[in-house]
Design a protein around this ligand. Structure first.
Ligand code: HEM
Ligand SMILES: CC(C)=CCC/C(C)=C/CC/C(C)=C/COP(=O)(O)OP(=O)(O)O
Length: 307
């Protein structure tokens, strides 16, 4: 009897399936989608759109994440950060992962059709293909600009949320897309500096591997400067109010400081704090977008009542 079969079978639990979905990434993605929904209307978002739409986007993002695990199982086995994932360890086999991804994707698409509209369903499907196929199967292995182009899929959720409510692509939705799109390079390249040797070992052409760490540090700083400017646009275009401006300035200045330190001090131990902060930043920025939206809407309604 194969002695490995007992622990492997025993370990194939719900936790392995859960890990396939990249839960923390999907949680933040879903949050940005919900904020997109809130900002699309001064009214309350209809409950079926809020709940069914968010669950649909989350399930399709989780399906894309599971496909990413499936496609990347060989390179994941070569990297310290990813070698304990369910497919490289053998806790799940590729067929189980494929079936799980299909189920998640179909349930997600069904929910979106039922609770939102065909445009949201189609755009979410394109995002799934963008991440699971275009980024994972092709770009990731082909060019150090992989995450800049592939970032479009990860930036889509706030736009998807917005379209779920409004039924069309509006300028505000594109603005939220742009923020996440410009945020992605400093988010990922900070981690890629920290994990450069992993990517080199697996032969994945990430920027620190192909162009060196010094160049990547500069790119992190430059994209953070652009992000700082882009994050002011919701205020400058009157999508958001002064509370948002304050939040964006505070959060953005801290991001700039960390990216500047990483660039200036040339100490790679400063890369991980930039990566960790990038997540705090995106969560904070979208939280403040949402809080400002309701305050701003309330004030406008009060003003209308009083005048
Ligand atoms: C092409 C786009 C992106 C790339 C290449 C990327 C890459 C990564 C990588 C490699 C990790 C490390 C995961 C680990 O520690 O095992 C990570 C973590 C994370 N990413 Fe991204 N990411 C992208 C887009 C996004 C987006 C759009 C969001 C959310 C809106 C996001 C949210 C997160 C979060 C919350 C984590 C922490 C996960 C954890 O601690 O388990 N990422 N990202
Ligand atoms: C709405 C919808 C369907 C969107 C899908 C977007 C989605 C799930 C984006 C995730 C982005 C991400 C974690 C990329 C890292 O992949 P990687 O392979 O570079 O990282 P890894 O080495 O940790 O697997």
């Amino acid at each position: 009897m194969n002695t490995r079969s007992i622990p492997l079978t025993a370990a194939a639990s719900w936790r392995d399936y859960y890990a396939l979905t990249k839960p923390k990434v999907v949680a933040l993605i879903t949050f940005t989608a919900m904020v997109g929904m809130f900002l699309a209307t001064p009214e309350m978002v209809p409950w079926h759109v809020l709940l069914g739409g968010s669950a649909g986007i989350a399930l399709m993002a989780a399906s894309a994440a599971a496909i990413n695990h499936l496609v990347d199982r060989r390179i994941d086995a070569l990297m310290a950060r990813t070698q304990a994932r369910p497919l490289p360890t053998g806790h799940l086999d590729p067929r189980q992962a494929a079936l799980f991804a299909t189920l998640l994707g179909m349930t997600g698409a069904g929910l979106l059709l039922l609770c939102t509209n065909p445009l949201t369903t189609v755009l979410t499907f394109f995002s799934l293909i963008g991440y699971a196929v275009i980024y994972t199967m092709f770009l990731k292995r082909a060019t150090p600009q992989n995450i800049v182009i592939g970032g479009a899929a990860g930036a889509a959720p706030p736009l998807l949320g917005w379209v779920a409510v409004s039924g069309q692509i509006e300028p505000g939705a594109l603005l939220l897309f742009l923020i996440v799109f410009v945020w992605t390079p400093p988010h990922f390249w900070a981690l890629a500096i920290h994990r450069r040797d992993d990517y080199a070992r697996a032969g994945v052409p990430m920027l620190p591997v192909t162009h060196g760490i010094a160049f990547t540090r500069l790119q992190v700083l430059l994209y953070t400067v652009v992000l700082f400017l882009v994050s002011l646009l919701p205020y400058l275009t009157a999508v958001s109010g002064p509370l948002y401006l304050l939040g964006a300035l505070g959060l953005g200045l801290r991001f700039l400081l960390l990216a500047w330190r990483l660039y200036h001090r040339r100490d790679d131990r400063l890369a991980l704090p930039v990566f960790v902060y990038s997540i705090v930043y995106l969560f904070g920025l979208f939280a403040v977008l949402m809080i400002d939206h309701y305050l701003f809407t309330l004030l406008k309604q009060l003003q209308r009542l009083l005048i």
